[in-house]
Design a protein around this ligand. Structure first.
Ligand code: PLP
Length: 392
């Protein structure tokens, strides 16, 4: 019997979504290596190196733990390790992921107050300050660094300054931020931070990375939310013995070793973040030249949500880009369904892949809406893009 084979590469659309993201060729090669056991000196060395390097990306003196779960598992780990049922939690809800985290905290018995923020707006630090002043018993504030459903960046540094002076913990979902934007955990007083493999870490889906501050480890001793798989104290104890609490995700950890080397050594963290910023800045400029609007008031560099022009069905546009032009971007969810395209700037993204999208977009729009014209000539921007180096 023969196994079904993968479609030929030429038919795979270019992936430009905010997770999953395209993989570096060396990461792909690492994923195809022979399996090894996780109790081997060879794997021990990789695990030790990866855990050390993760702390450099998180910019923390604290240990970072690598969990076999999608990002949402890491979000759960932060909650159940720091909180108890009945604890008052303020949850910033500015989109799909904020909604999810509040829901999760409720399920584990927290008393959740949601701070609703209009989609496409950043949370106002003053509102969080007001809440904490009136509710000094608040145990944690939950916030996305980047709310991926709208492409919005929240003022994490300012929130950290504020929350640091209170009893509350500051838990941050950095799944489309840590490794993609400046988010130094220690310097910005973040107490719990989670990253995800298929977003900024440029890997397939399946791992989350979490770290707790000293203040959060203190809270861990008192936290009584039920936990078993995501017991970070046990995970840390295993890591200190050179192991993971459960079977190690050998395949993804080996691949992570490659992507961390790429981020930290090949590029250097600052340069890596800058390259993502350049893609974001260029995308916003291009959209602007095309007369299109960016959805959010506070755009994040990890992805751009572009408003679909009036009268065009965004879902049809997304589909056309994929089927005819072989470029996959994301549409919007819920209230943004059919109204935005979301383009990811994380992952292994040579400029010619972005160029494919920028060439296709005006064409696909005019096919759906023949009277549509770009208000400006796009040739000079296209030329500029051709001058960009391979991955810059
Ligand atoms: C993708 C994402 C998640 C959820 O990650 P899963 O890996 O799908 O569990 C959570 N938060 C944000 C901000 C994300 O972008």
């Amino acid at each position: 019997m023969s196994l079904p084979s993968a479609p030929p590469l030429s038919t795979t659309p270019t992936l430009l979504t905010p997770g999953p993201v395209p993989l570096h060729p060396e990461v792909q090669a690492a994923l195809a290596l022979d399996m090894i056991h996780h109790r081997t000196p060879e794997f021990d060395a990789i695990l030790a190196r990866v855990l050390r390097q993760l702390s450099r990306v998180f910019e923390t003196q604290q240990p970072v733990m690598a969990l076999s779960s999608t990002g949402s598992g890491g979000m759960e780990a932060l909650l159940v390790n720091t909180l108890s049922p009945g604890d008052l939690v303020l949850s910033v809800d500015s989109g799909k992921f904020g909604e999810r985290w509040a829901e999760m905290a409720k399920n584990f018995g927290a008393r959740v107050e949601t701070l609703k923020v209009d989609w496409g707006h950043a949370v106002k630090v003053g509102e969080v300050a007001g809440f904490l002043k009136q509710n000094p018993e608040t145990k944690a504030v939950l916030c996305q660094a980047c709310e991926t459903s709208t492409g919005t960046l929240h003022p994490i540094r300012e929130l950290g300054e504020l929350i640091h002076h209170t009893e509350a913990l500051f838990l941050v979902d950095g799944i489309t931020a840590v490794g993609a934007l400046p988010l130094p955990m220690d310097q910005w007083h973040i107490d719990g931070l989670v990253g995800g493999s298929q977003k900024a870490f440029m890997l397939p889906t399946g791992m989350s990375f979490v770290s707790l501050s000293k203040k959060a480890w203190q809270a861990q001793k008192r936290a009584r939310m039920p936990r078993f798989y995501f017991d970070l104290q046990k995970e840390l104890a295993a890591n200190q013995k050179g192991e993971t609490y459960f079977s190690s995700n050998v395949t993804l950890i080996r691949a992570l070793d490659i992507s961390l080397r790429w981020i930290l050594d090949q590029c250097g963290l600052q340069e890596h973040l800058l390259s993502i910023e350049r893609r974001a800045v260029f995308t916003r400029r291009y959209a602007h030249e095309m007369g299109l609007q960016i959805f959010t008031q506070a755009p994040s560099n990890s992805l751009t949500a572009i408003r679909v022009p009036e009268g065009i069905d965004g879902q049809a546009l997304r589909l056309r880009l994929e089927e005819k032009y072989r470029v996959t971007v994301m549409g919007g969810q819920d209230q943004l369904k059919g109204k935005v395209l979301r383009i990811g700037h994380m992952g292994y993204l040579p400029w010619h892949n972005l160029q494919k999208f920028f060439d296709a977009l005006p064409q696909a729009i005019s096919e759906l809406s023949p009277q549509w014209r770009s208000p400006r000539d796009l040739d000079s921007l296209r030329l500029e893009m051709q001058g960009f180096t391979h991955h810059a």
